[in-house]
Write a protein that binds this ligand. Structure first.
Ligand code: 4NP
Length: 155
């Protein structure tokens, strides 16, 4: 069983948290640490799941990942569930609103597992939502700093 089970969380699970999931998987693979990790991502809203089927990663997010040689093929949006609270060790949220909503979904249990991703880069800020800002390059850079800090903390 993986030593660290981590779930990245954002609003829609089609931009930031899947970017974080696949950036993290890429870094973990390059470090030869795949056996240590189980890595997933999910949404606090059900906006991108229709009749039980999740939307693929938003095209501009896919393109940003591709610039860095990362594919997210096959990823479909899913909504965070209360039962994930027991299954995962950490919920890395992109902004304060994600943290509040994730805690609510987890039903008041496992609240200490919900953190903001950028706190692992020693920052208090949010990963701004490129769905609204249109800036996927800034989102990529923010997420990369957070994920690197996270992996360093889990050595
Ligand atoms: P994300 O961005 O939370 O980074 O995946 C969003 C994507 C879609 C929506 C909101 C945020 N939406 O409302 O559909």
């Amino acid at each position: 069983m993986a030593k660290y089970k981590i779930m990245f969380v954002c609003l829609g699970n089609i931009c930031r948290s899947p970017m974080a999931e696949f950036i993290c998987k890429d870094l973990v693979k390059k470090a030869g640490r795949e056996a240590e990790f189980e890595i997933a991502s999910s949404a606090v809203s059900s906006e991108n799941v229709y009749n039980g089927v999740g939307a693929p990663v938003y095209k501009p997010a896919q393109a940003e990942l591709k610039k860095h040689g990362i594919t997210c093929e096959g990823k479909r949006a899913q909504v965070l569930k209360e039962t994930d609270g027991e299954k995962y060790d950490l919920f890395l949220c992109m902004d304060d609103s994600n943290v509040r909503r994730a805690k609510r979904i987890l039903g008041g249990k496992n609240e200490e597992k919900c953190k903001k991703l950028l706190s692992y880069a020693g920052e208090i800020g949010d990963v701004a939502d490129p769905w609204y800002t249109g800036d996927f390059t800034v989102a990529y850079a923010d997420i990369l700093r957070g994920v690197k800090g996270l992996l360093d903390s889990l050595e």
